[in-house]
Design a protein around this ligand. Structure first.
Ligand code: TYM
Length: 333
């Protein structure tokens, strides 16, 4: 069967990959790869928009690649590679920067959050501002139709669409105009310690998230410590019970069972019993990912071969798009 559309997405090698990244994005990558041409990238150039310790950065880049595969991305079905191995990304990002109004970059929520409370003189780095242009280049190089992401990235996909349309109208149709693919229930998994903020790799406390590689005891301890709401009923109500609703969403996504079913099971039970079961469910569901990951760490050479092969395949596509872009703009090629 011919695969239908092109899917592209990426994950930054910063901090610890958590169940928010998995439910909001990576699980969709796995599902989409069988029916679509799929390209998944470890976006290392994006990670350096905040200072990185070289050894950790190196480790984390390989870790994301191994977790992609451990979570079920099959290198026979998908192209998997490291962004910096395909230099077309930074080249197209530069070109797109020259067409991007500064105001569009300054109004991005992520830029505002990361620079909040700091004056420009205090050292806001230009990379944080230009981050979305590199992301647009990632996506547009592959003539992408669908970008599976969590809710926090939707604004960046809108920005990418704006740039694609602008280029196409100035130079003639060159880029596909991509759409965000967002899973309604898991688009924004909230922090375990504070249900008013999203679960985040860079959260100050590790009690904010369940890492994909957390041990059974860490999972039990973190779920036991997770914030709950007043009352004792396990009920899904995002306004009155945001913390329990977040835990129900996580349970529901891993158990592949609707919220109503979970409410029914826990109708006469308390938070304690619900949390215990949730912890055991997470331990069970993460075990195969952790096992596969452990195997891959013993065979880093094979992982690197997959990544180099992925980069070669990705460049066949990205070089074609970049040549078209440069030709249309009048570059001597
Ligand atoms: P990153 O590395 O922060 O996150 C990776 C993916 O996980 C999703 N995500 C979440 N989903 C649900 N609940 C959460 N709490 C949660 N936290 C994170 C993110 O939405 C994302 O889909 N800019 C991107 C990386 C990137 C990219 C791209 C993505 C660079 N180029 C091109 C798509 C296409 C980022 O920082 O994701």
């Amino acid at each position: 069967m011919k695969k239908k559309q092109t899917v592209f997405s990426g994950v930054q090698p910063t901090g610890v990959l958590h169940i928010g990244n998995y439910l909001g994005a990576i699980r969709q990558f796995v599902d989409l790869q069988y029916t679509n041409e799929s390209v998944f990238c470890v976006v290392d150039h994006h990670a350096i928009t905040v200072p990185q310790v070289p050894e950790e950065f190196h480790e984390n880049t390989l870790k994301v690649a191994m977790l992609y595969i451990a979570c079920g991305i099959d290198p026979k079905e998908s192209i998997v590679f490291i962004q910096s191995h395909s230099t077309e990304h930074t080249e197209l990002a530069w070109i797109l920067n020259t067409m991007t109004p500064l105001g569009e970059l300054e109004r991005m929520t992520q830029f505002k959050e990361k620079t909040e409370g700091r004056t420009k003189k205090e050292g806001v780095l230009a990379g944080i501002l230009n981050y979305p242009t590199l992301m647009a280049a990632d996506i547009l190089l592959y003539q992408t139709d669908i970008v599976p992401v969590g809710e926090d990235q939707v604004q960046h996909i809108e920005f990418t669409r704006m740039l694609a349309e602008k280029f196409n109208s100035r130079y003639g149709r060159t880029f596909s105009v991509p759409e965000a693919y967002v899973q309604r229930d898991t688009a924004r998994i909230m922090g375990l310690d504070d249900a008013s903020k999203k679960m985040s790799k860079s959260a100050p406390s590790s009690n904010n998230y369940i890492g994909l590689l957390d041990s059974p005891n860490e999972i039990r301890q973190k779920i036991a410590a997770a914030a709950t709401d007043s009352g004792k009923e396990v009920q899904y109500n995002k306004i009155k019970k945001p913390a329990i609703s977040n835990l129900i969403e996580i349970y529901s996504a891993f158990a592949e069972s609707p919220h109503s079913e979970i409410e029914k099971i826990y109708k006469d039970k308390n938070y304690y019993e619900f949390k215990n079961d949730l912890a055991e469910l997470l331990i069970k569901k993460l075990a195969p990912i952790q096992e596969k990951y452990k195997e891959l760490t013993k065979n880093k050479k094979q992982v690197l071969e997959i990544l180099y092969g992925g980069s070669r395949k990705s460049r066949i596509i990205s070089q074609t798009t970049l040549s078209q872009v440069k030709e249309k703009m009048g570059y001597v090629i």
